[in-house]
Structures are given as C-alpha cells and as structure tokens.
Write a protein of this length. Structure first.
Length: 173
C-alpha cells in the first residue's frame, strides 16, 4: 500500500500541519497525533491516511482503505441511478377508436411490466369539454383493463384545465 500516492491527490494537499486529529477506519477517535506518527500508524495498519476536514483545528484525518472507500461510493451512485422510476405518459382523446384504444392499453401494460409509472391524460379540445363524463368513463374502462397489472396512485376526481389525469403504478415489486 503506497501512502504517498494519496498525498498528491485532492485529499492530502497540505501536510504542513504539525499536529492532527486522527480517526481509525471504524470511526473511533484515536486522539491528537504528530503527522509523522499518523503516517507511521497508517503504514503499520497497511491503510491510507486521508484528510477529512481542514476547517477543524487541528485538521481531521482518517485512516482508511481509500480504494475500498471509492469503490463503495461509486457503487452507491450506480445503485441510485438504477432505482429511478420513469414516468411514461399516454395521451388519449375522448373519442378514441377501438383499435387505437387497444394499442394504448398494450402500451400501458408494457410500461407497467417494465415497472414504470404511467400518466394517462385525457385531452379535451373545443366543445368536447362539455362531455367530461365520457373522459371519466374512458379512464374507468382503462383501469378495468389494466387493474391486474397496476394500482391507482392518484384518483382523477376533477378536470385540470382541459384534461383529466390518472396515475398508475406497477403491482410488481
């Protein structure tokens, strides 16, 4: 384990401090040390000496396996990227034909099987807004067709401008 390789990196830039506060790899405070004693202690443990906080007086250093720390940090970032839920939106007009309706249902089921959240929007144009009950009935029919794959996240109870919105989430975990 080469201690000096981390001195040139961002973490250990300033070694002019004579006295430092030291923490071990488990987070226990070891106390106040001379910088040379801290370097020797980290060499004995075959670990790296990493600067944690320069604002403390004396500065705070930690003895740790820097490579392992970087690996865990990158792994956590990668896992957080994988846990994102995508929202897929399907826009439908209230006077949709049966063939188009079936295609939209297949798309909704496909999105739900991929564990995406689905936002279904019924859009009204012109005088279609008078028949908002058609939009609510259409959303009820859509939910009846996909209820074995989904759960309603937000119940549509009113018009939002010229549209009605229904949010569905996948039952599969």
């Amino acid at each position: 384990m080469n201690i000096n390789k981390h001195y040139n990196k961002k973490k250990l830039i300033n070694l002019n401090h004579k006295i430092i506060k030291l923490i071990d790899e488990k987070g226990n405070q070891l106390g106040i040390f001379n910088i040379n004693d801290a370097i020797n202690k980290s060499k004995e443990l075959n670990l790296d000496l990493v600067l944690i906080n320069t604002n403390n007086n004396p500065p705070l250093y930690k003895i740790m396996d820097y490579g392992k720390f970087e690996y865990k940090k990158n792994k956590n970032i990668k896992n957080n990227k994988n846990n994102k839920i995508n929202i897929k939106e399907i826009k439908i007009k209230p006077n949709i034909s049966l063939g188009d309706y079936n295609i939209k249902i297949k798309k909704i089921i496909n999105f739900l099987n991929k564990k995406n959240k689905v936002k279904i929007t019924i859009q009204f144009k012109g005088r279609e807004i008078i028949h908002k009950n058609i939009g609510f009935n259409l959303l009820n029919n859509i939910y009846d067709d996909v209820k074995e794959f989904s759960i309603i996240e937000k119940i549509p109870n009113k018009l939002e401008g010229r549209q009605i919105i229904l949010f569905l989430i996948s039952k599969k975990k």
